[in-house]
Design a protein around this ligand. Structure first.
Ligand code: BTN
Length: 322
């Protein structure tokens, strides 16, 4: 049996356990489903345990531990629809899903390819910050886009992804330019968009999304108090959240490609946490202080300062006042 066959069977065991829920599944049923011996089933279960999955032995079978919230590609992929319809690759642990997907993008992976992990050892945030989450507490996922737009227009993409992700996170989700997502004033999700373009075309864009689902780890970002979806009630299963995110982002992305920026800018404005507030934006060598007047069609932040309006394509909002 090849390594790919073994991985495929292990995923089928996890899928059966995830589907069975608290009732569990017998070793015999698993063996017959996989066309292998019960000893082989046991070896797959042991491998899942080594990956950190809690599998409880119960009577003549197995069930997942109560805290398990698995994302199983074979169960998620059929629930996705274009333009972000997979393939879905899921790792128990990796360095950074953005790095993994970037490699696949360079190798020609199709738009809609999704790479996720239960844990990242080198998760990256914006501006060189780390993005940390304990195993299974967060949804850590990257999706590949190949937007057929001019390189100058792709500056709006981080806002397109933010609006789509906010749609998936509920009516209360607000966006801090360019793409931090707050719920109840706490940062529950961050987005890291990385792209490759030449003068004529965008070769690929990787949108990496981290959502704190069950718990909010310390945030390597002094501006916001971290939050988690579980702060406001029972958190959704991560697989459901992944499907909702891909649907939300896919819908906004398709509308942007078909209709241009106007609808995205309006949708962003409806969720904009900064508009009308006094802000300080650090450009590194300069602080711009003024009142936020929203964003323009290239995704730039509009700041009305004492000296007139500034349009900022980069920078970090470091202070928000009334
Ligand atoms: C931020 O708010 O600074 C952006 C955080 C983005 C984190 C996600 S988790 C999945 C993907 N892989 C990474 O290494 N980073 C992004």
């Amino acid at each position: 049996m090849t390594a790919a066959d073994t991985a495929e069977r292990r995923e089928r065991v996890l899928a059966a356990l995830a589907t069975a829920g608290a009732a569990g599944v017998s070793g015999e049923a698993l063996a017959s489903d996989l066309g292998c011996s019960r000893a082989a089933v046991h070896r797959h279960v042991e491998a899942l345990r080594r990956d950190g999955v809690e599998v409880v032995s119960a009577h003549d079978g197995y069930r997942l531990g109560d805290g398990e919230d698995p994302v199983v590609p074979g169960l998620v992929a059929p629930r996705l629809s274009p333009p972000l319809a997979g393939p879905v690759v899921w790792a128990s642990e990796t360095g950074s899903t953005n790095d993994d997907l970037t490699m696949r993008a360079r190798d020609g992976a199709p738009e809609g390819t999704i790479v996720g992990a239960d844990r990242q050892s080198a998760g990256r945030g914006r501006r060189g910050r780390a993005w940390v989450a304990d195993r299974g507490d967060a949804l850590l996922v990257s999706v590949l886009l190949r937007p057929p737009v001019a390189p100058v227009d792709v500056a709006l993409l981080p806002l397109v992804v933010a609006v789509g992700a906010a749609d998936a996170l509920g009516d209360d989700a607000r966006i801090v330019w360019p793409n931090d997502i707050l719920v109840g004033g706490r940062k529950v999700a961050g987005i890291l968009c990385e792209m490759s373009a030449d003068q004529e075309r965008v070769a690929w864009a990787v949108a990496g999304i981290g959502v704190n689902v069950r718990a909010a780890p310390p945030l390597d970002d002094a501006r916001w108090t971290p939050g988690a979806l579980a702060d406001a009630g029972p958190a959704p299963p991560r697989a459901d959240l992944l499907v909702a995110l891909m649907e939300g982002i896919g819908r906004r992305y398709a509308a942007w490609i078909a209709d241009g920026p106007t609808g995205i800018v309006a949708a962003f404005a409806a969720r904009d946490a900064l508009v009308g507030h006094g802000v300080t934006v650090s450009l590194g060598d300069e602080d711009v202080v003024g009142t936020c007047a929203g964003t323009d069609e290239l995704g730039r932040l509009r700041i009305v300062t004492a000296a007139g309006e500034r349009l900022l394509g980069a920078g970090e909002v470091v202070r928000v006042t009334r």
